[in-house]
Design a protein around this ligand. Structure first.
Ligand SMILES: [Zn+2]
Length: 80
């Protein structure tokens, strides 16, 4: 199994093994976030954000909002 230098926990840990989001963000997540931190977002805090902000994953504006929250949570600023 491959490892990544995770931008959230700062450790070298197992890379994401399960599903992420589609598109370029999925590739970026696999390069920058470890599996444990990803699951913390995907199964935990991310779900809470979707529920509390009442986001629809069919609405591109909502997806954008979710991505902003996710980058904050994962300490993963957009690449320049
Ligand atoms: Zn991590």
């Amino acid at each position: 199994m491959s490892t990544v230098q995770c931008c959230k926990c700062g450790q070298e840990k197992d890379a994401i093994s399960g599903p992420t989001y589609g598109g370029p963000i999925g590739g970026e997540l696999r390069e920058r976030v470890c599996n444990a931190c990803w699951l913390e977002w995907f199964n935990g805090f991310g779900v809470k954000v979707i529920n509390e902000m009442q986001l629809s994953m069919r609405n591109p504006d909502h997806i954008q909002m979710l991505m902003i929250q996710m980058r904050l949570f994962l300490d993963m600023p957009e690449r320049k």
